[in-house]
Write a protein of this length. Structure first.
Length: 220
């Protein structure tokens, strides 16, 4: 890939400089993601510009809100083909919270909506006794990673910050890299090739969250 031009005071050159494009599709406050990456001293910007996305070394799809609205915004901004291009190129892509859910085939929030389909599966609401287990799931909770989970290497403690009512149920258990329990066991992290997703907010999870982001940034 050719060198990329200077935009927003960050110089991108794929394969030479570690840079992050945070996808701007109008879903949630991305300031904490930018702050976390700044702490890790990694150049990053919030963008929906095709050149900037193509030229970044790593892509983050954040998000807070409803599945249907998220997919509608991605579609309206013309970002779905760009994300598919990123996936096919094998560039590291991390979905956070709603961003992880949008990686699924289908979301059930507010009706049935087609997702990106990068991680085959459905996003459904917690199936718990809501008289005893409050939904949404808000706050800190322990996570149990698989032995080979890339994002959780040398991460301790394994406790992260959550805010959600829906979660991804993958079709293939091989993509699961971590689970959690909140009235039922559910998937909190996935990986399929260079596509990653976490249901929790690493950017708000202090030292452990920064370590997860650092592991993602070191993946190539």
């Amino acid at each position: 890939m050719a060198s990329c031009s200077k935009r927003s005071d960050v110089i991108f050159h794929y394969g030479m400089t570690k840079t992050v494009a945070i996808i701007d599709y109008g879903m949630g406050n991305v300031g904490s993601v930018l702050n976390a990456l700044a702490y890790l001293k990694v150049p990053a910007l919030v963008t929906r510009n095709a050149e900037e996305i193509r030229c970044a070394s790593h892509i983050i799809l954040p998000g807070v809100g409803a599945f249907g609205e998220g997919m509608r915004n991605l579609r309206e901004y013309g970002l779905i083909p760009l994300l598919e291009e990123v996936r096919q190129a094998g560039k590291p892509l991390l979905g956070i919270c709603l961003g992880m859910q949008l990686l699924a085939s289908v979301g059930e929030e507010g009706g049935e909506h087609e997702g990106l389909g990068f991680i085959p599966g459905r996003v459904r609401r917690f199936k718990v006794d809501e008289a005893n287990v409050r939904v949404p799931h808000i706050g800190w909770n322990d996570v149990s990673p698989t032995a080979d989970a890339v994002l959780f290497r040398n991460v301790s403690p394994l406790i992260f910050d959550f805010v959600h009512s829906f979660h991804l149920v993958p079709e293939d258990s091989a993509v699961v890299s971590a689970t959690c329990n909140y009235g039922e066991e559910f998937v909190v992290a996935v990986q399929k090739g260079s596509v990653f997703g976490v249901q929790f907010h690493p950017e708000k999870s202090q030292k452990s969250g920064l370590a997860v982001l650092n592991n993602f940034l070191n993946y190539a």
